[in-house]
Design a binder for this molecule. Sequence first.
Ligand SMILES: [Cu+2]
Length: 178
Amino acid sequence: MKRTYLAVWAIASATACGKDAAKAEPAPAVAPPVAAPVAPAPVAPLPVAASPAAALPAAATASQAVELTATGEHYAVKWQFAPPKVGELFAVDLTLTDLAGKPLASPTLKIDATMPAHGHGMMTDPELKQTGPTRWHAEGLKLHMHGAWQFEARVESAGVKERLTAAYEQAPAATDGL
Ligand SMILES: [Cu+2]
């Protein structure tokens, strides 16, 4: 009895496989139309890149954003952020271009903030994401002391490295000095 059932199952699965295989063959004929929707896909990144840029002016006007610029020999970096409070996490938006304002070829960007007079950096490790051809967004920065900070961007594109810095004076917290 068991053998009979096994045989039936075997035939059933063979038939099923055969049908699937038969269905799979006409599929290539359907494939060309599938390839067509793939072509428009590369267009999608453009609207995506445009939306963060479009969102920026609203955010900037909403909170009187600080804007720091650093121009080097090869690159220009702009930092924009709402004025942070001492010890509170904040986010920054960055714009990175060449000196003509154009996007870099496959750039890598790393950021940091330090207090050169004290020889220390931040106590957090910000998360940086590229959001457009010239745009980055970072979360998780924290200036844990008031005083002279230096925002640092390390850029590399096509083998050309540059470190760009911009000074920022962190205001004391309202409770400092009490
Ligand atoms: Cu310090």
